[in-house]
Design a protein around this ligand. Structure first.
Ligand SMILES: *Cc1c(COP(=O)(O)O)cnc(C)c1O
Length: 400
């Protein structure tokens, strides 16, 4: 039978603990069933038996580009334009430093207050380190378009706001940035695997993102960076590590960047993590991103309708229009932290973002309408019966 959402959900491809409704795949994707066997095989056969010869024999050295190509298919990036490695914070630094060098006469980095803090922190650190009079200008998300002036060197935005799910229009903002002569960097942390992205159509210069959220690469999975192929030969890598060198094993005395996207590599790749990611990405072979988007919008709409009907104490902070939202829904609630702990204790896993936001991610790969309804049953119970008042739920851990 075919449906509006193709072959979704595909729950049988994931390890999901009995009784858990997992609404936090936007923070850490669950374990795809194919990963454990693939990883064990790699460890025992490749590392165990091949030892150092695995770098060539099993092409560990080619993995950052190979997996980059696999991932590139999900974000509309051409072959050879994406490479995997490091963490997203590092990839933000690389993109931003390269972008600033493309506009030496301009000093403004424009971002918005919906950006994830590490992106802004990395910009602050880079500015301080360069000590060349740059300024980070942070405006409210709705004011970004108007703030793109011809003073701006770089526009650096995260497409989907991690707190509210608000979605920026990549194509129109990229066009505005380019018309003003600015370089455009998109952070796709909450976009890759959540909605269709077409980097070529957007025309942007750089894109970065992580792989442990919607792409299910596992805790600590490495990040990705895209550079538009026509600008790659001219960008100057600030993190000039040996594996971004044109000939790493020539051990030349001086750095000379690789000719292609591999210049964005830095040091030895995390082969075990990338092996898990490589297996996890196979899930996407059978997913149509348009189907995924349709299913995600329907799940989020259903959740909003059910919560608003049954939980009057919660206030929607995400855009009501699905077209203006990523794949998550957030509600503000004064006792949101404790309420989320009470939910988690009952098998409904979302998360909390300070100061008062209860956040729920909807991943149509393994969530269906029945899960949404059951999750709201539990949420309504927690709120109606003030179950969050239990002192156990007021304790905070290191990670919320
Ligand atoms: C999740 C996220 C990060 C995390 O960065 P790491 O270096 O991988 O810890 C960075 N930026 C954005 C926008 C994110 O959503």
């Amino acid at each position: 039978m075919t449906s509006a959402t193709g072959n979704l959900p595909m729950k049988d491809q994931f390890v999901l603990p009995e009784g858990v409704i997992y609404l936090d795949g936007n923070s850490l994707g669950p374990l795809p069933k194919s990963v454990s066997g693939h990883l064990t095989g790699m460890v025992e056969e490749q590392w165990g038996q091949h030892l150092i010869t695995g770098w060539n024999l099993d092409d560990w050295m080619g993995q950052p580009l190979r997996v980059g190509n696999q991932l590139g298919c999900l974000i509309g990036a051409p072959e050879g334009s994406v490479v995997i490695g490091d963490t997203l914070s590092i990839k933000v630094y690389q993109a931003l430093s390269a972008a600033l060098q493309m506009r030496p006469d301009r000093k403004i980095i424009l971002s918005d207050s919906g950006n994830f803090p590490t992106d802004l922190y990395m910009a602050e650190g880079l500015i301080a380190h360069m000590n060349a009079g740059h300024e980070l200008r942070v405006v409210p998300p709705e004011d970004v378009a108007a703030a793109i002036t011809d003073e701006v060197a770089v526009v650096m935005l995260t497409q989907v706001d991690y707190r509210t799910g608000r979605l920026h229009d990549m194509n129109s903002l990229t066009k505005a940035a380019h018309e003003a002569g600015a370089v455009m960097i998109w952070d796709l942390a909450h976009s890759a695997g959540a909605l269709p992205v077409d980097l070529v159509a957007s025309g942007c210069d750089f894109a970065v993102g992580c792989t442990y959220k919607y792409l299910n690469g596992g805790p600590g999975a490495p990040a990705f960076i895209y550079v538009r192929p026509d600008i790659t030969p001219d960008i100057a890598p600030a993190l000039s590590g040996w594996l971004g060198h044109d000939a790493p094993f020539a051990f030349e005395p001086s750095y000379r960047p690789a000719k292609d996207i591999e210049r964005m590599r830095v040091g030895t790749p995390p082969v075990l993590q990338m092996t898990a990611l490589e297996a996890a990405l196979r899930v996407w072979d059978k997913v149509d991103m348009q189907d995924l988007r349709r299913a995600s919008m329907a799940l989020c709409d259903l959740f909003i309708a059910e919560v608003e009907a049954r939980c009057p104490d919660l206030a929607l902070v995400s855009p009501r229009d699905a077209a203006l939202r990523g794949s998550q829904v957030s509600f503000a609630f004064e006792h949101g932290y404790a309420a989320m702990q009470a939910l988690i204790a009952r098998g409904v896993i979302g998360d909390f973002r300070a100061p008062n936001i209860m956040r729920f991610g909807f991943t149509p790969l393994y969530i269906d309408a029945g899960d949404v309804r059951r999750a709201v049953d539990v949420l309504a119970d927690v709120l109606d019966n003030r179950l969050w008042i239990n002192p156990e739920y007021q304790k905070t851990g290191r990670v919320t």
